[in-house]
Design a binder for this molecule. Structure first.
Ligand SMILES: [Ca+2]
Ligand SMILES: [Ca+2]
Ligand SMILES: [Ca+2]
Ligand SMILES: [Ca+2]
Length: 351
């Protein structure tokens, strides 16, 4: 036993030296440490554990109160400095533009609307043939499969509008009401193709025809004057005018197909067509390559003569009537077509 005493007293002396050198501000800590040293810790480990916890809390409290003083005195914490140096993108957007997300969306819509109006002022078009329809440039093409989900969500650079097909134009005396036949369409484009999504409401589906006869059954006819400004007053179809038929098929043995009558009769094999049956009619989705139209160049702000008509056959042997997007459509007169304008919403003036 006597051999242990000098070692213990030496240890205590060293600790006492350390305590003497501790800053006077930490005086209360000295007391705690002294108590600790006089206490037989090795016999009460649980007490030692509690003391260590208390000390840890005290040390962190000191550190935190220093941070708090710093904050109150206006000095930024290191993390705050980092945030100030590299603000988040949202902060930049809002700080730079002074606009919220919603306000920015409205701003974009207003810009698009202004661009539409600016384009219309430079164009010749016939307002009497219906409001011009804008076809928006899309980044990725829709899948031509008869399902229009992507038109509602993924295609949008801006919201794609839905336009009515509702004007009885051919054998209109047979027209009764919108549940007999009516429809809506959406249209979009890219450098390669014109894309169409058409929803038809039709009480009785009947399409036993194909090829050049497809227009005698339930089907769609697209009319285009691809050089509207060039022959604005030309009342007869010529080489820049097109009549394209789209058949949904019959949902059993006949497949969806396209056929071209004007300017030259030919099967529309380069046109992609898909259809699906709905509870009250059918859907047609189609992609028409621009290269079908001779000398046609895709251009932001370009206007073409345009109509979509729906042929309806219910109980008679052939189509009973047609309704159109243009109010007074005559397929043989391009000056009766409505107007379609190509619009690139990524190019807004002022950008
Ligand atoms: Ca689709
Ligand atoms: Ca019908
Ligand atoms: Ca023409
Ligand atoms: Ca029908």
């Amino acid at each position: 036993m006597p051999t242990q005493r000098p070692r213990r007293s030496k240890k205590r002396n060293n600790l006492a030296d350390i305590l003497r050198n501790i800053h006077p501000l930490t005086h209360p800590l000295k007391k705690v440490l002294k108590k600790l040293l006089s206490f037989k810790i090795h016999k009460r480990p649980e007490i030692a554990f509690i003391i260590i916890i208390i000390l840890t809390i005290l040390i962190f409290s000191c550190l935190y109160s220093n941070l708090l003083r710093g904050i109150l005195s206006g000095a930024p914490r290191p993390s705050e400095e980092a945030v100030m140096e590299s603000p988040s993108p949202e902060t930049v957007t809002e700080e730079e533009t002074g606009l919220t997300q919603e306000e920015e969306t409205t701003e974009i819509e207003l810009d698009i609307e202004k661009k539409k109006q600016d384009i219309l002022q430079t164009l010749q078009y016939r307002a009497a043939n219906g409001e011009p329809v804008f076809s928006l440039l899309i980044e990725s093409p829709p899948q031509i499969d008869g399902n229009l989900d992507e038109w509602m969500e993924e295609l949008v650079p801006a919201i794609l509008e839905t336009h009515p097909i509702s004007q009885p134009t051919y054998l209109k005396e047979n027209y009764t009401n919108p549940s007999d036949v009516s429809g809506t369409f959406m249209v979009a484009y890219d450098e390669e193709r014109l894309y169409l999504a058409i929803r038809v409401i039709d009480d009785v589906f009947s399409q036993p025809f194909q090829g050049s006869d497809l227009l005698k059954g339930d089907s769609i006819i697209i009319s285009l004057d691809t050089d509207l400004q060039g022959d604005f007053y030309e009342r007869a179809n010529n080489l820049d005018d097109y009549r394209v038929g789209l058949s949904p098929g019959d949902f059993s043995s006949l497949s969806p197909e396209a056929y071209i009558w004007i300017p030259q009769e030919t099967r529309g094999d380069e046109i992609s067509v898909a259809s699906s049956k709905t509870s009250n009619g059918y859907i047609i989705e189609a992609a028409i390559p621009w290269w079908n139209f001779q000398n046609f160049e895709v251009e932001d702000g370009k206007a073409i003569g345009f109509d979509i008509s729906i042929n309806d056959k219910d109980f008679l042997e052939e189509r009973e009537l047609a309704i159109s997007s243009s109010p007074s459509l005559d397929w043989n007169d391009p000056t009766s077509f409505g107007t379609l304008v190509l619009l690139d919403t990524t190019k807004i003036s002022g950008d």
